[in-house]
Design a protein around this ligand. Sequence first.
Ligand SMILES: [Fe+2]
Ligand SMILES: [Fe+2]
Length: 266
Amino acid sequence: MTTAVKPAKEFLDELWESFMPLHKVAEIQTKQFFAEQGKDKKALENFFHIRLSNERMNMIELSKKVSELPALTDPEECRLLSKQAWDEAEHFRIVYEVLEHLTGEAPDLEAIWKAYGKVDVRMGASLIQKYEAHGNPIMMHLYQYMAEGRAAHVWKTMAEVAGDEFIQKRYDRVARDEKFHSNIGRLMLEKIVTTPEAQAECLSYVKEMVWDLFECSCTSLGDFKTASPEVQQIMLEAYGEPHRGLCVAFNGKEATSKNPNEAVAA
Ligand SMILES: [Fe+2]
Ligand SMILES: [Fe+2]
């Protein structure tokens, strides 16, 4: 039996479409967080402390990635990834400026890093580590395509709901960068998802990444212990039952571990 292979571009377009429910979930949760906690200065500060720490971690992870690229790596790929590492440093600075703008004083980097400097489920950086660890190009580029695309949508939503021109301008800039990072992943994938086996492999990883990114979204946006019924419905309809326990309560099942936000608050 021969398995049909789709042109890589068409396959990747369809894949992008399949991420839309996940983007929708992140958008709903972002809006919900800002509507419920946007006026609470402490909650907002904590939220941006997590964002600041995550951007710093992204910068570290991407710089590591650049320094470990094999000698025979395509020069264009070297250039694009180095640009991404620089962008993440820019995002670190941008969130720093936003915190300064919100509080009127320079953020205490030492205290923030002490509280949030550990790589955990709230940080997309923990997933970069997870998907880089195997040295599998499909896994790495797919994660980049998917996660950076979702991040772009989150920053775009934050820019819309920020209600502050200073913040909005900066978040629009970050959203554009994250979309560019997603496109780097796509560009790399175009070269390798050209066989039925590679496309099947890609689809099998998507199943895991969807739930990883969902957990990241639920836990990074404040004190979420669970997901709202609306969000649960979207996930179930689009992706079915999760294949493993989640760290947030979902579809009548208890959370499998303690929400790290509670650990920090304690
Ligand atoms: Fe970033
Ligand atoms: Fe990024």
